[in-house]
Design a protein around this ligand. Structure first.
Ligand code: HEC
Length: 254
């Protein structure tokens, strides 16, 4: 028994070192909720209006998203399609990779699988931790992604954020926003110029956006959950049928 216990503890070691994480700030946690259609719909709107200009989500079709998220096709056609796109098309843009690479230093990557690559917590924290830095080409830097080549495209909503600590110091604090002071990263970051949203509203906007990004990363997850429930119901009912059959077959044997 003891031997098994020791083996079990040793087997857990790699998990423990993984959980302790590497360097960098502690990320804010967000619980993805793929059943919250209203949130996913709002997230899609934020994504199309603010991100699709530079990034694509080329493995996702508008129509599939509209169907999965319960949005009427004509509303999506009227409000969310860019230029002369069709609803059956993938969510792409017309920016050429070579152009964007020369404008930004790095081409904006496709975001379909981004939430699987980085994880929702990383995205949720990244999109809220841009701060003013005049030494950078776009005038902003990011605590989670130092020297990032992306401008803070949601600044009009969040406002302008300043970092009172050195970038190094801010890295060591939790990304949580203090509800009393509205400051982030252990008091390092504060809003210096108001945007259109309060801190709470902005957190919600980013939550919806990342929720949507989690959905495009795994669109079949919604299907599998729906099918999974049906399978369980079927198995539950089938149990009674099987049991009745068994009784019937063995009746004469006993
Ligand atoms: C003006 C163009 C532009 C817009 C608009 C834009 N981005 Fe970016 N984004 C970039 C560029 C350029 C990079 C690459 C930065 C780098 O590697 O330094 C990037 C990188 C990223 C990354 C990190 C990718 C990685 O893992 O390395 C994420 C996540 C991201 N963008 C999300 C978003 C989201 C979400 C939106 C919409 C709210 C958005 N971006 C809007 C230009 C843009």
């Amino acid at each position: 028994m003891k031997k098994y216990l020791v083996a079990f503890v040793i087997a857990l070691f790699p998990l423990a070192s993984f959980a302790s994480g590497g360097a960098g700030p502690k990320l804010d946690h967000m619980a993805v909720d793929l059943h919250n259609q209203a949130s996913l719909q709002r997230g899609m709107q934020v994504f199309v209006n603010n991100c699709l200009g530079c990034h694509s989500a080329q493995y996702q079709r508008y129509q599939r998203a509209a169907e999965d998220l319960g949005m009427p096709i004509n509303l999506v056609e009227e409000n969310l399609l860019l230029g002369n796109q069709k609803v059956g098309q993938q969510m792409t843009n017309t920016m050429l990779k070579e152009d964007s690479a020369s404008w930004f230093g790095t081409a904006p990557p496709d975001l379909t699988l981004e939430s699987r690559l980085r994880g929702p917590d990383w995205l949720y924290t990244y999109l809220r931790s841009f701060y003013k830095d005049s030494s950078r080409p776009w005038g902003v830097n990011n605590v989670v992604f130092p020297d990032v080549g992306m401008p803070n495209v949601l600044e009009y909503l969040q406002g302008e954020q300043v970092n009172h600590c050195s970038a190094e110091e801010a890295q060591h604090h939790e990304a949580k926003i203090d509800p009393l002071t509205g400051k982030m990263m252990g008091g390092c970051m504060s809003i210096s110029k108001k945007g259109q949203q309060t801190t709470e509203e902005f957190d919600k906007t980013v939550y919806d956006l990342v929720n949507f990004m989690a959905y495009i990363g795994e669109p079949s997850k919604l299907d599998s959950q729906r099918i999974g429930t049906k399978v369980l119901i079927f198995l539950f009912l089938f149990f009674f049928v099987a049991y009745a059959l068994k009784k019937e077959y063995w009746k004469d044997v006993h």
